[in-house]
Write a protein that binds this ligand. Structure first.
Ligand SMILES: [Cu+2]
Length: 362
C-alpha cells in the first residue's frame, strides 16, 4: 500500500481561542523578544561581503539564490502568515511493510512572522513528515526530486553504506531508500548532499519514530517536536551558508517544528492530570537543546537508548533533557494542575529567538 505521510496543519482555530484565554493574570511566560538577532548581526557588520560562497565542488555551484544577508532581515509586513505545523505525533503506520512517498520540494516558507525562507524540503514541510513504524518493519521511502538541484537522504534509523542508499538523487530523478529498523528510538533523517550543513540548515530534516515490537503504552497525548535553527539569507532566499558555518553560529531563529513561537502564539490544549509523551529531536544543524517543560518533571526519559523511569529506580527524575545535534528522546510527564506550561530549550538566549511553546491545561 502506497501511503503519503502528510503533516496536518489542524486545530488552528481552537488553539487561537485558547490562546485568547491566556491573557490576563497569566504568569510572565512571554520570554520571547519580537526582535530577531538578525538586526544585531547586521549592526555588527556581518554582511554578505563576509559571506563566503558554498564550497566550489558542491552542488550549490552555479545555483541561483546566493545568500544575501546584508541586513535584509527586516520583517516583511506583506509576508504570508505562517502555517502552523501539527504538534501531534502521528500514529504508527499500520501493517509491517510501508511504502512512503516523500517528494523533494522547494518551498517558500514563512518561518517566523514576517520572515520567508526559500526552503528545501522533504514532503513540502519543515521538518519533513514524521514517519512512525515498529522494529522489524520494512520501510520503503520513495523519493522524487522535484527541484533543480541534487539531494539525497540519510535515515539514522538504518545501517547502510553511504554509497549504497544515500545516493545522489538528481533533478527529476527518483530513488527508493529501503530499510528495516533494528532498534527502537527517535531518529533523525536528513539530506546528506554537500554541503550537508546547508541542506540541513535550509530545511531538509525530519523524525523517524521506531517503536519496540510491542508498541508503547497508551497516553493521553503524544507530540513530536523537532528543534532547529534558521540562518536567514534574506527575504525569500535560501539560508545563509556563511552564518550557519560560523564557528560560533548565531541563528536568527531557533524553532520547534519549523516556525518561531508558533505554539506560544497558539498554545496546545491539554487537561490537568493528563499523561503526555513528547518525541523530541534536535536537528541542529549546530546547536543543542536542553528541553524543559516549565512547571513539570519528566518521570520517564528514553534518550539515545538509555532509559530512566522514576518508578523503577528509586524516584530519581529529570528536569531537562540535553540533546546534541542529531540526538533525540522520548519524554513523559503528567500535567500536574490547570494552567500554563511553557516548553523551551533552557538555553534562554535561544528562547528569545523563537524556541518556546505552551501547553495550556484546562
Ligand atoms: Cu539536499
Amino acid at each position: 500500500m502506497r501511503r503519503t505521510v502528510s503533516i496536518l496543519a489542524g486545530g488552528l482555530l481552537a488553539v487561537v481561542l485558547l490562546g485568547a484565554c491566556s491573557a490576563g493574570g497569566a504568569p510572565d511566560w512571554n520570554y520571547a523578544s519580537p526582535v530577531p538577532l538578525a538586526g544585531t548581526v547586521a549592526a555588527a557588520g556581518i554582511t554578505s561581503a563576509a559571506a563566503s560562497p558554498a564550497p566550489a565542488a558542491s552542488p550549490m555551484a552555479g545555483m541561483a539564490s546566493p545568500a544575501t544577508d546584508a541586513g535584509q532581515e527586516q520583517p516583511d509586513p506583506s509576508a504570508p502568515p505562517y502555517v502552523e505545523h501539527d504538534p501531534n505525533a502521528p500514529a504508527a503506520l499500520p501493517g509491517t511493510v510501508h511504502d512512503i512517498d516523500l517528494p523533494i520540494i522547494d518551498k517558500q516558507m514563512t518561518v517566523a512572522t514576517g520572515y520567508v525562507v526559500q526552503a528545501w524540503t522533504f514532503g513540502g514541510t519543515v521538518p519533513g513528515p514524521t514517519i512512525r513504524v515498529h522494529v522489524g518493519d520494512t520501510v520503503r521511502v520513495h523519493l522524487t526530486n522535484e527541484t533543480n538541484m541534487s539531494h539525497s537522504i540519510d535515515f539514522h534509523a538504518s545501517q547502510t553504506a553511504m554509497d549504497h542508499q544515500m545516493v545522489e538523487i538528481k533533478p527529476g530523478a527518483s530513488w527508493t531508500y529501503t530499510f528495516t529498523p533494528e532498534y527502537a528510538g527517535v531518529w533523525m533523517y536528513h539530506c546528506g548532499t554537500a554541503p550537508t550543513l546547508l541542506h540541513i540548515a535550509n530545511g531538509m530534516f525530519g523524525m523517524v519514530i521506531v517503536e519496540p515490537k510491542g508498541g508503547l503504552d497508551k497516553v493521553d497525548h503524544e507530540y513530536a517536536f523537532v528543534q532547529s535553527e534558521w540562518y536567514l539569507g534574506g527575504q525569500g532566499q535560501i539560508s545563509s551558508y556563511a552564518k550557519a558555518n560560523a564557528a560560533a553560529p548565531s541563528p536568527d531563529f531557533v524553532v520547534f517544528n519549523g516556525v518561531a513561537n508558533q505554539y506560544k502564539d497558539h498554545p496546545i490544549p491539554v487537561k490537568a492530570g493528563e499523561r503526555i509523551r513528547i518525541f523530541v529531536l534536535d536537528a541542529g544543524p549546530n546547536l543543542g537543546s536542553s528541553f524543559h517543560v516549565v512547571g513539570t518533571i519528566f518521570d520517564t526519559v528514553i534518550k539515545e537508548g538509555v532509559i530512566m523511569r522514576a518508578s523503577a529506580n528509586g524516584g530519581w527524575a529529570s528536569q531537562a533533557v540535553d540533546l546534541a545535534p542529531a540526538q533525540a528522546a522520548i519524554i513523559e510527564l503528567t500535567i500536574p494542575e490547570k494552567g500554563m506550561y511553557s516548553f523551551v530549550t533552557h538555553a534562554f538566549n535561544l528562547v528569545g529567538h523563537g524556541a518556546i511553546g505552551v501547553f495550556q491545561a484546562s
